[in-house]
Design a protein around this ligand. Sequence first.
Ligand code: GDP
Length: 370
Amino acid sequence: LADDLRCIGCGAKIQTTDPKAVGYTPLSALKKGFDKEEVLCQRCFRLRHYNEIQPVDLTDDDFRRLLSQIADTKALVVYVVDVFDVAGSIIPGLHRFVGHNPILLVGNKVDVLPHSVRRSKVKDWIRQQVNIAGIHPEEIMLTSAKTGDDIGPLLDQIEQARHGQDVYVVGVTNVGKSTLINQIIREVTGQRQEVITTSRFPGTTLDRIEIPLDDETNLIDTPGVIHADQMAHYLSAKDLKYVAPQKEIKPRTYQLNAGQTLFAGALARFDFIQGARAGFTAYFDNNLMVHRTKLTNADRFYEQHAGGLLVPPSEDELVNLPPLQRHEFKTTMKTDVVIEGLGWLTVPANTVVAGWAPKGVSVLTRKAMI
Ligand code: GDP
């Protein structure tokens, strides 16, 4: 096995001995990869082809070691966040790893938000959330790695903010960091290729990918850590399709009386406990079914229909879903009740509502964005 053979997805050193460790690739797959001159570790292969997330033994220590080197160098840190799941994008302790280096925050997947959401409001929301985690970006930019439309302006901003220094790209898995890196590579190199090729961008001693920006400095892609509290981790690839929006979300409005409940699949629930009859607007993936029922009947309804009428998750996947946990809120103004990674429900002023989400998934409120 060549010593410098690296996964074109995550940049990890390829190995064939420990299935649980970083860079594992079965020998048979390795041979196939060689023919195509692109070797993907098993984890990246699954992620790419089946949208399956496999845990990996990149220990917290390994990750901390990788990140803590940033604090010792002068660099710009580009921190990629999913605008649809800000809480699930937080890297704990990031402010320590970054040291005194400036952070440029990239809010990715902005294409899924309805056009009527003002970009300045999205940025305010992100800033508020990351500030709570002690992260203070100098600048926030919104992108869609998928469409690639904003990559030019992003690179301009990076160029301006890096002051001739290296750029480290950090982010938890699932935020679209690889997609973004691939877009950057296309833009930087003018290549119309989908993938990072190891020959062109040889990694160094770390599990990372370096993209030359000029003769002396690089853009360095660090491995993504898995954030356990993402909705995505409770779902199979098939079910994920109904949750992770691929297209712009179309708002759906429901006229509700107090004493009514909405279910978003079997993944979330909203109880309208108190307040005058009004419109509640749901912002979820367009494929996610919303069901209305009586609050008094809601517990029984869920028990009977979760995995059947209420999907996802489908019946056989239901065992992996933690029980829904209840969070009660009183609104004094038009408020979004946000289930991170799933979407939000806009609730009128002067109501009492409860939002339910799988234990571990954040339920938050914010001033209505629309
Ligand atoms: P990584 O784990 O952070 O490297 O994330 P990936 O690049 O593998 O992307 C995770 C998922 O998000 C994939 O299903 C992508 O297709 C999707 N994705 C990435 N960027 C975007 C984006 O800008 N918009 C949308 N709608 N989906 C995206």
